[in-house]
Design a protein around this ligand. Structure first.
Ligand SMILES: Nc1nc2c(ncn2[C@@H]2O[C@H](COP(=O)(O)OP(=O)(O)OP(=O)(O)O)[C@@H](O)[C@H]2O)c(=O)[nH]1
Ligand SMILES: [Mg+2]
Length: 290
């Protein structure tokens, strides 16, 4: 729940301005904010955001919680994912890919809740790199959602800012990049995406990357198997896939949980093991892997 607490004497324009700034900063829709009013304040007028007094906040929260589907997980009673853990143990999952490929939707699937804004749109939806930490089977996982960083229409200083933010958010721990693509089309913009990632995050980034294909149900509807799909890869996609060590997972973000996150985490665990082995080798004077 996102709360904007206002004090006595506030003006409606100020609230609008703040909500607009918060929307731009967080990518959350205006309707997702609740404005907490000073005690005894009578609000009139209709706004797209909720307004309530502090005294009503808890009943409002309870009502909102009932409206939502709360997935029972083994970690629901767990403390914060980082409690008692060093940030070295954290696994950072960075969602990369073109606008509309399903980065935010996949982030939400991994988190098991709708945190990142994901919706049909003719223009890019996610504007900033944002992170959310969670606990998956005892692992401290940070999911980092990003905009389409390498979009040709984005100017180079904005690109640099996104890359900087992304690096900051994934500082500490081991990082795995999830290159998100949907199974419907491989587009021109995706042809050089790995090269662009290498330029931004280092020449060995492909060793830390796996491809996450979204919209798996589209394959089923087209009566195609994963193997059929892979055998129809264009030469460019074949190259990207091979460079990423032929690693891929399949997601259907619009379906109930079906083991896809567990399959992803299994692959991530193997990659993290490799990252840690390489790090140990380079510390002990051996050759550095990345
Ligand atoms: N059917 C289906 N739809 C999906 C799937 N993944 C994403 N979508 C839909 O595709 C649209 C775009 O998804 P987003 O998650 O917003 O895409 P994005 O990559 O974050 O896009 P930007 O934020 O613009 O970079 C949304 O309407 C999603 O609901 C999927 O696995 N299956
Ligand atoms: Mg997005």
């Amino acid at each position: 729940m996102s709360l904007l607490v206002v004090k006595e004497g506030f003006s409606t324009e100020e609230v609008w301005q703040q909500i607009d700034e918060l929307h731009k900063l967080t990518g959350k829709r205006t309707e997702e904010f609740t404005v907490v009013l000073p005690l005894g304040h009578e609000h009139t007028g209709h706004y797209p955001f909720r307004c309530c007094e502090m005294s009503n906040l808890f009943s409002d929260m309870r009502r909102m919680a009932k409206e939502r589907y709360l997935k029972p997980t083994s970690t629901s009673h767990a403390a914060r994912p980082d409690e008692g853990k060093s940030s070295d143990s954290r696994v950072n999952l960075v969602l990369m890919g073109m606008s509309g490929s399903g980065k935010s939707a996949s982030g939400n699937t991994i988190l098991g809740q709708r945190i990142f804004l994901s919706e049909p749109s003719s223009s890019p939806v996610t504007a900033e790199c944002v992170a959310m930490d969670t606990d998956i089977g005892g692992r401290w996982v940070r999911v980092i959602d990003t905009p389409d960083i390498f979009d040709d229409d984005t100017d180079s200083s904005t690109k640099k800012q996104h890359v900087k933010k992304c690096r900051e958010l994934s500082e500490g721990g081991s990082t795995v990049y999830l290159l998100v693509m949907h199974v419907s089309r491989f587009t021109d913009g995706e042809r050089n995406i790995l090269k662009k990632m290498e330029k931004a995050f280092g020449s060995k980034v492909h060793e830390q990357t796996l491809i996450l294909f979204t919209r798996e149900d589209d394959l089923k509807q087209g009566k195609k198997s994963q193997e059929d799909f892979m055998s129809s890869f264009t030469p460019d996609l074949k190259k990207i896939f091979a460079k990423c060590g032929n690693r891929c997972v399949w997601f259907e973000n619009n379906a109930p949980p079906s083991g896809q996150v567990e399959r992803l985490m299994k692959m991530v665990d193997q990659m993290v093991d490799q990252i840690l082995t390489c790090r140990t080798k380079s510390w002990s004077g051996g050759s550095s892997c990345w």
